[in-house]
Design a protein around this ligand. Structure first.
Ligand code: F6P
Length: 218
């Protein structure tokens, strides 16, 4: 595609508590981000002016821009203001494609734990993950290598798209997608910085990839 936009979901209630995994809803700050993200999509991706009308009606991106979310509530809640938007031409509807393969790395037995709780209750597991973040598999859960394998089909699908795409995803997932497109190694991927409240714009070129970050923090 010409451009791929990556965004984490807005801050979730689990993020506030420092818990991993789960399927929690958004915090108040996360709700705010969902609104900011919709504004960003409407102006930056769809080319609408401040009143919500097309700046260049002859050259509208809609309905070709694509929106992907995971099957977890926090990404769908984050995308929900993008989905319907009223403008002079009527309603813009960007229906998200909900992909379970975009859901966050599955923490298995440690789902709902904080890192501190894992360290206290299962120090040897905690150490194993610190020693090998890429290969470590959570008990009854996934490793980053598992995530790389499950994302493979969707990454290739994204790669084939010709329209701009926004993926509203999760920290772990977006690290892998980002590393793939910028050509970073698998070993570095689990450490890529994917902050909250930020849209990352990737523009693939023949032998490289331009990266721009938009902080939507108020
Ligand atoms: O903390 C938010 C979160 O999305 C967790 O659900 C997930 O386990 C974690 O980030 C992934 O990051 P890391 O691999 O650094 O633990």
């Amino acid at each position: 595609p010409r451009t791929i936009y990556l965004s984490r979901h807005g801050q979730s209630q689990y993020n506030v508590l420092g818990k991993i995994g789960g399927d929690s809803q958004l915090s108040e700050s996360g709700e705010q981000y969902a609104k900011e993200l919709a504004k960003f999509v409407h102006t930056e991706i769809l080319g609408l002016d401040e009143d919500g009308n097309f700046k260049d009606p002859e050259n509208r991106v809609v309905p070709h821009a694509r929106l992907f979310t995971s099957s977890l509530r926090r990404t769908q809640l984050t995308a929900r203001h993008i989905v319907h938007h009223k403008c002079d031409d009527g309603w813009i509807v960007m229906r998200p494609r909900i992909c379970s393969s975009l859901s966050e790395i599955h923490a298995g037995a440690f789902d709902g734990f904080t890192y501190k709780e894992i360290e206290e209750k299962a120090p040897e597991e905690f150490k194993r993950r610190s020693d090998d973040k890429l290969g470590y598999r959570y008990p009854r859960g996934e490793s980053y290598l598992d995530v790389i394998a499950r994302l493979d089909p969707i990454i290739h699908e994204v790669e084939r798209q010709r329209d701009p795409i926004l993926i509203v995803g999760h920290q772990g997932i977006l690290r892998i997608i980002y590393a793939y497109f910028v050509g970073d190694t698998r070993e570095n991927a689990p450490f890529v910085s994917i902050p909250l409240n930020t849209v990352i714009k990737l523009t693939p070129r023949t032998y490289s990839c331009d990266v721009e970050r938009f902080s939507l923090n108020k």
